[in-house]
Ligand binder design. Structure first.
Ligand SMILES: Cc1cc2nc3c(=O)[nH]c(=O)nc-3n(C[C@H](O)[C@H](O)[C@H](O)COP(=O)(O)OP(=O)(O)OC[C@H]3O[C@@H](n4cnc5c(N)ncnc54)[C@H](O)[C@@H]3O)c2cc1C
Length: 468
């Protein structure tokens, strides 16, 4: 991570509470909206946050299913996600609280479902990029000749500018092949990381976003990719703790409240409909649309350029499996040669409470081919995959399998997508954009969502104090 890249939650320049007397309406209670609301409230603004659903957290949240609290999808973050980690700290959910975990040193166990070969991707104490050299030299999922060629693309990625529009027009897969990578190297190493972070297959993925991931996460700083995840349901952090922090900051949270498309005209106002159907008009000095790109396109007063609606969507599936006993020895596993890409043991984090039963969540990113497969077929497929990958699962009894499908998990992070991502400014005075899909330079992630919220709040502050 370069110094320029580092963004902390309170990186707005310290200044007076210059928003006093002004009202902002933030639309959308995902991480982007929560961040925008907190930052503006801290600058003295009166803030109303309107969220259509009953819960905050947007695409990173939880729901109840019997005794389980289920995340809509397993989420991980990296040490280089400075803005998201700052939000966690602000909400009282940093690793020191026990609500989240951040590895001291990157350590990912990997296993092939075909031949049961196992290996680990872990760093040592050497500075980047030597921190991974030993691990990649012993990467047993690849033959020696493939391991010897890994340095080529790694070096080339270090000199690939993620902000260069020409780079964004290229695919990651062709780049890897140009640098001598075999199909095995793409499938068994590079894609394990790129598919999980970009939610698209390597051939279609934007080289610019792949370069961002590998440079910032793995190649520039030795500790950038130490892996983090929530040890409690996401909703406990992104809904319950977020509400507490917003309340303490003086933000009015209206959940189950849908914002209607903004009307064109000189008056900046927002009409909301609550769960009882009651419509209310809120006058505002600033409106921040922290909603997905397709929702932003319908909410902006028309006519307005909405080229960003071409960003499209990529699905993620999570297959949730409950066993009658523990079946994993590690908190998570990355699988290769399998549709089960990442497997997390969520037993302790979900309310099941531990043995005798256990609960696993399997993540399938870039799930275009499986997105509409019936649950019963997915259950057969993934029970068999878990049997291939986890010896203890072969004798265990499956008590329940269910699936969460997020058809719009992220935008399609394909070549050419960077040009479609707008900044926080719109053509309508007083109306701003936030959301993980906006132009943060990061993939559609929690980090991007928080950064977008900070960017939008910064522009609101600058424009109302005459600096923007
Ligand atoms: C299954 C899955 C797995 C993922 N895994 C990871 C991961 O491991 N790591 C990672 O960093 N990221 C991951 N992501 C991506 C991450 O969740 C998103 O990038 C991030 O949460 C987006 O936040 P946001 O605030 O920009 O948007 P959203 O979370 O989409 O929030 C937008 C909010 O706006 C609300 N809204 C929309 N229209 C209106 C309206 N008219 N009125 C009021 N409210 C409205 C919506 O209800 C929603 O709550 C994953 C996503 C999914 C779905």
């Amino acid at each position: 991570m370069t110094a320029k890249d580092e963004m902390t939650f309170d990186s707005l320049p310290a200044g007076p509470r210059d928003g006093v007397g002004r009202h902002a309406v933030v639309v959308g209670g995902g991480l982007a909206g929560i961040t925008t609301a907190l930052v503006l409230a801290e600058r003295g603004w009166a803030v109303t946050l309107a969220e259509a659903r009953p819960r905050l957290g947007g695409r990173a949240t939880s729901y109840r299913r019997g005794e389980l609290t289920v995340d809509n999808g397993q989420h991980v973050f990296l040490r280089c996600c400075t803005a998201y980690r700052g939000l966690l700290a602000r909400l009282g959910a940093g690793p020191e609280t026990g609500l989240t975990h951040l590895q001291q040193k990157l350590d990912i166990p990997l296993k092939s479902a075909v031949d049961a070969t196992t290996t680990r991707l872990r760093r040592n104490r050497m500075p980047a990029p030597l921190h991974l050299a030993l691990s990649l030299g012993g990467y047993r999922l690849l033959p020696l000749r493939d391991r010897a060629r890994l340095a080529g693309p790694a070096l080339a990625l270090r000199f690939t500018d993620p902000a260069d529009p020409d780079v964004d027009q290229q695919g990651f897969g062709p780049f890897l092949r140009k640098h001598g990578q075999s199909k095995a190297a793409v499938d068994r190493l590079w894609s394990v990381i790129s598919t999980a972070t970009l939610n698209i297959n390597a051939d279609d993925a934007s080289l610019a976003l792949a370069a961002k991931v590998f440079r910032t996460g793995l190649l520039e700083h030795a500790d950038g990719s130490d892996l983090g995840y929530a040890k409690v349901p996401l909703g406990q952090i992104h809904d319950e703790l977020a509400r507490k922090a917003l309340g303490a900051a003086g933000v009015t949270v209206l959940d189950s409240t849908k914002v209607e498309p903004l009307a064109a005209g000189n008056d900046l106002s927002v009409t909301v409909t609550d769960r009882s159907g009651q419509r209310t008009r809120l006058n505002a000095d600033a409106v921040i649309l922290a909603v997905p790109h397709d929702a932003a396109a319908t909410l902006l007063p028309q006519p307005h350029p909405t080229g960003f609606s071409r960003l499209g969507h990529s699905p993620i599936l999570n297959i949730h499996v409950r066993y009658d006993r523990p079946v994993m020895d590690e908190p998570f596993l990355a699988a290769v040669d399998s549709p089960a890409q990442w497997i997390f043991d969520r037993t302790a984090a979900s309310g099941v409470g531990g043995p005798p039963g256990s609960y696993l969540a399997i993540t399938v990113s870039a799930a275009d081919e499986l997105a509409d497969t019936p649950t019963r077929d997915l259950a057969v497929l993934f029970e068999a995959e878990l049997g291939r990958l986890l010896p203890k699962a072969r004798d265990a009894r499956v008590e329940e399998i269910f699936v969460t499908r997020e058809q719009h998990a992220t935008f399609r992070q394909e070549r050419g997508s960077a040009a479609l991502r707008p900044g926080p400014r719109t053509a309508v005075p007083g109306v701003y954009l936030a959301g993980a899909w906006t132009a943060t330079g990061w993939p559609d992630t929690m980090e991007s969502a928080v950064r977008s919220g900070i960017n939008a709040a910064r522009l609101v502050v600058d424009q109302t104090t005459g600096e923007g």
